[in-house]
Design a protein around this ligand. Structure first.
Ligand SMILES: *Cc1c(COP(=O)(O)O)cnc(C)c1O
Length: 361
C-alpha cells in the first residue's frame, strides 16, 4: 500500500468516457455520440478565433468582463452574477468544491449526468442517487431524500441522456421545499433548445439557493473550445471566483464565445433546424418500432426491447459507419442515445435502424 494517499473519494471516481469518434476499418463515419451541433459554430465565432491567433503571446483577461457583458446583454442578466468556466463542467466542479465536503450529501437523479457523481466524490462528499419516474426527474422523490446533510442537488433540465424535462412549476416547488442549507443547481446544457425556457435564470436571480449553469458546447457548436458559464447569487459567484484559476479561459476561447453569443440569428437557425429534424427522427424511429420519450434536446433516447437488441443495433450501426452512444452506464442498457445530426445523417440513421429492425422480424 502506498503511504501517500489521495483524499477520500478520489479513487472512487470512474473516468468519464467521451463519445467514440472512430470505428476500426471505417474511414467515413458519422458521429452522433456527443450531442454536438452538426452545423458547427457561427462564422462570426470562427472569424474571432482566427483573429485571436495574432495575440497568442498575451495573457487572457482574468475577469472575463467582455464575455460576461455579452452574455448579460443577450440573456438579460447581471454580468456581476455570471462566472465563466472551462465548459460548464468546470463550473459544476467549482460548485461541488466550494459547497460540499466530507459528511455532506450531493443528490442527483438515477439517469442524471455522470459528472455529478464524480464531482461529489472529488469534494469528499457522499453521492446520493434518487430514482426517476419513467425516465423523468421526480421532484417528490428528491424531496423525500433530502436531509440535514444535503448540500447540493444537481438537476439537468432538460436531462441527458433521457432528453426529458420537468416544468418550471415543479422546479419552483423543489426550490421552495429543499432544506435551508441545500443549493439547487440547474444544469441548463440543453435549455437553449427549449423555446421560451430561461434555464432557471429567473429562479437563480430571485433565490439565494438556486444556481444555473449553461454551456457553449451544444447549440453554440463550440464543444472543442471548452466554454461554459454559471449564474446565481452574488455571494456564490464571489466564492467560485476565489477558487477559480485566474486564467482558466484562453483569450481565443473568450473572444470566440463572445462572438458566438452575439450571433443570435445563427443560434435561432440552428435551434429550428434541430427541432425540426428531431421531430422527424423520432417519428421515423417510432415507425420502425423504436419508441422514445418526447425529447427537448438535440438527441433522442431510442428504446429497444432488451439490452441484447440495443447492443446488436449499436453493432449494426457501427458496421454502417454510424456512431451512437451506449448508455448502460446510465442504467439504460436497452437504450441508445442518438444525437440529432444534419438532415442526411438523420436519414441515414433512421434508414439503418429500419433495416436492422426489418432483419430481425
Ligand atoms: C454536455 C453537458 C454539459 C456541458 O458540458 P461542457 O462541455 O463542459 O459545458 C453539462 N451537463 C450536461 C447534462 C451535458 O450533457
Amino acid at each position: 500500500m502506498p503511504e501517500v494517499k489521495a483524499q477520500p473519494g478520489i479513487e472512487q471516481i470512474t473516468l468519464y468516457e467521451g463519445g467514440l469518434t472512430s470505428v476500426e476499418g471505417q474511414s467515413n463515419v458519422i458521429k452522433l455520440s456527443s450531442n454536438e451541433n452538426p452545423l458547427g459554430p457561427s462564422d462570426a465565432a470562427v472569424e474571432a478565433f482566427r483573429r485571436a491567433s495574432f495575440d497568442l503571446h498575451r495573457y487572457p483577461s482574468a475577469d472575463h468582463i467582455k464575455l460576461r457583458q455579452a452574455i448579460g446583454e443577450v440573456f438579460g442578466l447581471d454580468p456581476k452574477r455570471i462566472i465563466c468556466g472551462v465548459g460548464s463542467d468546470e463550473v459544476l466542479g467549482m460548485i461541488a468544491h466550494a459547497y460540499a465536503g466530507p459528511e455532506d450529501d450531493v443528490i442527483f437523479t438515477e439517469h442524471g449526468f455522470a459528472l455529478y457523481r464524480n464531482w461529489a466524490h472529488a469534494s469528499g462528499a457522499r453521492p446520493v442517487e434518487v430514482r426517476e419516474r419513467e425516465r423523468v426527474t421526480d421532484v417528490d422523490a428528491i424531496l423525500e431524500t433530502c436531509s440535514e446533510k444535503t448540500k447540493i442537488i444537481f438537476i439537468a433540465n432538460p436531462n441527458n441522456p433521457t432528453g426529458t424535462m420537468i416544468s418550471e412549476t415543479e422546479i419552483t416547488h423543489l426550490a421552495d421545499h429543499i432544506p435551508p442549507q441545500a443549493l439547487l443547481v440547474l444544469d441548463g446544457a440543453y435549455a437553449d433548445y427549449v423555446e421560451g425556457y430561461d434555464g432557471g435564470a429567473k429562479l437563480a436571480e430571485e433565490r439565494h439557493n438556486v444556481f444555473m449553469t449553461r454551456t457553449f458546447s451544444k447549440l453554440y457548436g463550440l464543444g472543442g473550445l471548452r466554454v461554459g458559464w454559471g449564474y446565481g447569487p452574488k455571494n456564490i459567484i464571489d466564492n467560485l471566483n476565489r477558487i477559480r484559476g485566474p486564467f482558466n479561459l484562453s483569450a481565443a476561447a473568450l473572444a470566440t464565445a463572445e462572438a458566438a453569443v452575439r450571433d443570435q440569428a445563427y443560434i435561432e437557425k440552428c435551434r429550428n433546424e434541430n427541432n425540426r429534424l428531431r421531430a422527424w427522427l423520432a417519428e421515423a424511429l417510432a415507425e420502425h418500432g423504436v419508441p422514445s420519450d418526447t425529447s427537448l434536446t438535440n438527441f433522442i433516447l431510442a428504446r429497444f426491447s432488451s439490452q441484447a437488441e440495443a447492443d446488436a443495433c449499436d453493432g449494426f450501426l457501427k458496421s454502417e459507419g454510424l456512431i451512437v452512444r451506449r448508455v448502460g452506464g446510465y442504467k439504460l442498457p436497452a437504450c441508445l442515445r442518438i444525437t440529432v445530426g444534419d438532415e442526411s445523417a438523420c436519414r441515414r440513421v433512421a434508414h439503418c435502424i429500419g433495416q436492422f429492425k426489418a432483419g430481425r422480424s
